[in-house]
Design a protein around this ligand. Structure first.
Ligand code: XMP
Length: 516
């Protein structure tokens, strides 16, 4: 049986901050399991689960707003080790009778932190000045007597505090963001010195436990759709190790894949790792239904519908199956503080294209406790090559969302080739692993070019290269001009029909990563 992951862990109560997941990931990287849980989880529940300490995340609310999210008040009393970050810190100050000043402007970016007490979370940090990352509106203006200042910054006199007893801390800055120097040390001091947690999180233990659990609980045949992406590939190989040939994978080619993708997946999974894998070339079925559609959501839905049909046909003809394996990751499953205020649907993301509900298969999600970087580590332990593990994320509907307007054979050919060129150029310059995603997209803009002495209308291709930690926010990559020059020259020289190349410099928000 798999062990209770929460035993000995750190619980991060989620107040909806943009860095909440990052806090969890940083703690796990220290070798201690951390989970992001609802901000109103009662103290008794945390104690029953056996957590060693609690972190209160940041969040967009103001502590004085009547509907602001609040934790179980007993957590703020002096019992469990506690670290409040930003909004979480302000909750601690307010609960102890201090005051929070409503902001007149937002402080965002680097600030200098002056440390005045080098113990507790600052133990072992000799420098008295370090750079830290601020992202807040409100901040404490008066501290209660039970909290002592341990660091200040130019704009925030109470940038970090501790209780007299020394196992509760509050920080206005974000130690989890890489721009905070010694942020890892600050978190590690809290986890190991203050909470006295022990290392309990290691991918090879996780692999052994998961294999034991899967092989002892799955007693029928398992169906798994693979897409070439990291998550479904790791899911497939993991299940193959656990249940052997009772696993059947299916790879449905919708005709909108990256150049060489289908061949690569077959080569690695079927030929190399001997995973039972059926390949279905359904590209005509998909592209036929897509040709007249312009709206991206309509395209997503059409792809989802055909995917479900093809998948169901396969399940019926190759079945019966009892289980359906999916590569769902941790950020997709947790209930966060944000879930109480449903955000509007910006894009309907469907990794496996709306799997049919009426097959009545039991869903198995072995990666549901993991972040992407952990999945990559697990994949490495399972023998998957870097060509799959390090590949940039690719949307389920594939190149359909990188072709603006109607999908034509010509635009698809240009888009696919240009995507490959962008990928090759980044790999060649050693920058592929340093960015989150890189791709090219094409719309209906035709621009005038010259070919020899002749005027020639052709497509404008736009290149996008972004940096991100979790795809929730993203920034355009400040790539060297030499790289952009190489990409531009290769696209206009090598891709018939493309005469001009642009570089997209929008961040998310306001733009999204994919153009559609
Ligand atoms: P956006 O474009 O919303 O994308 O900023 C965030 C991340 O999700 C990927 N993406 C998708 N993935 N199906 C998917 O499986 C989709 O329809 C889809 N749309 C976007 C995108 O590539 C980025 O990594």
């Amino acid at each position: 049986m798999k062990k209770n992951l929460m035993e000995g862990s750190i619980a991060v109560l989620d107040f909806g901050g943009q860095y909440s997941h990052l806090i969890c990931r940083r703690i796990r990287a220290l070798g201690v399991y951390a989970s992001l849980i609802s901000y109103d989880t009662p103290l008794d529940e945390l104690q029953r689960l056996g957590v060693m300490g609690v972190i209160l995340s940041g969040g967009p609310a103001s502590v004085y707003a009547p509907s602001s999210p609040r934790p179980d008040a007993r957590i703020l009393e002096d019992r469990l080790p506690l670290l409040g970050i930003c909004y979480g810190y302000q909750l601690m100050v307010k609960a102890r009778g201090g005051e929070i000043k409503r902001a007149t402007h937002r402080e965002y970016g680097r600030a200098t932190l002056t440390i005045v007490d080098h113990s507790g979370i600052f133990a072992g940090i000799e420098d008295s000045k370090i750079a830290c990352w601020m992202s807040h509106s409100d901040s404490p203006s008066r501290l209660p007597p039970s909290l002592k200042v341990i660091a200040s910054s130019d704009n925030t006199p109470f940038a970090a505090v501790r209780t007299e007893e020394g196992h509760q801390f509050g920080v206005q800055f974000h130690p989890e963001v890489i721009h905070t120097q010694r942020g890892e040390k600050i978190l590690s001091n809290f986890v190991f010195q203050v909470c006295k947690a022990k290392r309990n999180w290691d991918m090879s233990d996780f692999l052994d436990d998961t294999l034991n659990e899967l092989s002892s609980t799955l007693n029928g045949r398992v169906l798994c759709a693979v897409s070439g992406g990291v998550d479904s590939s790791v899911t497939a190989v993991l299940l193959h190790k656990a249940v052997g040939d009772r696993l059947q994978c299916v790879f449905i080619d919708h005709g909108l894949l990256r150049e060489g993708e289908a061949e690569e997946v077959l080569h690695v999974l079927r030929d190399g790792l001997k995973v039972p894998l059926s390949f279905i070339d359904a590209s005509e079925r998909f592209t036929k239904g897509l040709k007249s559609l312009k709206d991206p959501e309509e395209k997503r839905k059409a792809i989802g519908r055909v995917f479900a049909q093809v998948f169901e046909e396969f399940a019926r003809t190759s079945g019966p199956f009892q289980y359906l394996a999916q590569g769902t990751l941790y950020p997709d499953v947790i209930e966060s503080g944000k879930s109480s205020s449903p955000a509007s649907v910006i894009k309907t993301h469907h990794n496996v294209g709306g799997l049919p509900k009426n097959l009545s298969l039991e869903v198995v999600e072995p990666l549901r406790d993991l972040y992407k970087d952990e999945v990559r580590m697990l994949g490495g332990l399972l023998g998957l090559p870097d060509s799959i593990l390090r590949r940039h994320p690719f949307p389920g509907p594939g190149l359909a969302v990188r072709i603006i307007g109607e999908l034509t054979d010509e635009k698809l050919r240009i888009c696919r080739r240009a995507n490959k060129i962008v990928e090759e150029a980044l790999i060649e310059d050693g920058l592929y692993d340093r960015v989150w995603q890189s791709f090219a997209y094409v719309g209906d803009d035709l621009v005038t070019g010259v070919l020899g002495d002749e005027r020639k209308l052709g497509y404008q291709v736009t290149v996008k290269i972004v940096e991100s930690v979790d795809a929730m926010t993203a920034d355009w990559a400040r790539t060297p001009y030499t790289l952009l020059e190489k990409i531009s020259a290769r696209i206009t020289n090598e891709v018939e029909g493309a005469v001009s190349v642009a570089y997209n410099i929008s961040s998310k928000p306001p733009a999204t990563i994919e153009p559609q």
